[in-house]
Every structure is written in structure tokens, then in C-alpha cells.
Design a binder for this molecule. Structure first.
Ligand SMILES: [Zn+2]
Ligand SMILES: [Zn+2]
Length: 119
């Protein structure tokens, strides 16, 4: 195996020698920063899994729960997280934290959350 030449880490001010762009520590930080911008490969993997899970959930819970509370039987289009998951894995995949919503009620909830938390 050829040995790659070691160079200082690309991070400003860091002189740790590495064969990669960044030293191990800064590689992690760099990845985390990239993930924030475009979602990690793990995140993209989730998307496919989530689409499947969502479809399956909607099959079992086909009606909007908010409409049901008003005795309206409306088909749900969205699986909503009752407690916003904010990227938290556990919360995201916890089915107890899911609810079926119609587009209308999902929009109402999203608008409220965005306004309420100010992002
Ligand atoms: Zn470094
Ligand atoms: Zn509804």
C-alpha cells in the first residue's frame, strides 16, 4: 500500500498532519457543517425510508385526525410529527409522535409552529 503524504489540516490555524483534507477532528466538524447545508447521505437515506414508512402509516391511519375531531372524515395527505422532531432521530421515527393530517390542517399547524418559534 502506498503511503499518502501527510499535509497539515486544511482548517485555518490547525497544524495537525493528515492524509485527508482535514484532521480527524476537523473532518467531523466539516461534515457536520456540510450536512447542515444539504443534508447528509444518511439524511437522504432517510428520505426513501420515510416515504415508505409514511405511505404505510397513511394506509393504516387514512383519515386526518384534526378533521376527525370535528367529525369530518377527510383523507390524510401528510404524516405529521406531533412534537417537531428538529432532526432528532428518536422523535422522528417514533410512531407515537406521528399523526395523519390533511394538507389544510398540516399547513395550519406548520404556520403556527413557524410563527410561534420564529425559527
Ligand atoms: Zn484540524
Ligand atoms: Zn384535516
Amino acid at each position: 500500500m502506498p503511503v499518502k503524504p501527510k499535509r497539515p489540516c486544511n482548517r485555518t490555524g490547525c497544524n495537525t498532519l493528515t492524509t485527508e483534507r482535514f484532521c480527524r477532528e476537523h473532518q467531523q466538524i466539516y461534515r457536520a457543517e456540510q450536512d447542515k447545508h444539504r443534508g447528509s447521505s444518511t439524511q437522504r437515506g432517510y428520505d426513501a425510508r420515510w416515504r415508505k414508512a409514511r405511505r404505510y402509516y397513511l394506509k393504516r391511519h387514512p383519515l386526518c385526525v384534526h378533521c376527525l375531531q370535528e367529525n369530518v372524515y377527510a383523507p390524510a395527505d401528510v404524516v405529521d410529527h406531533i412534537t417537531p422532531h428538529r432532526g432528532e432521530h428518536e422523535l422522528f421515527w417514533d410512531e407515537d409522535n406521528w399523526q395523519s393530517l390533511c394538507t389544510y390542517h398540516h399547513n395550519v399547524k406548520t404556520a403556527k409552529e413557524d410563527g410561534g418559534f420564529g425559527n
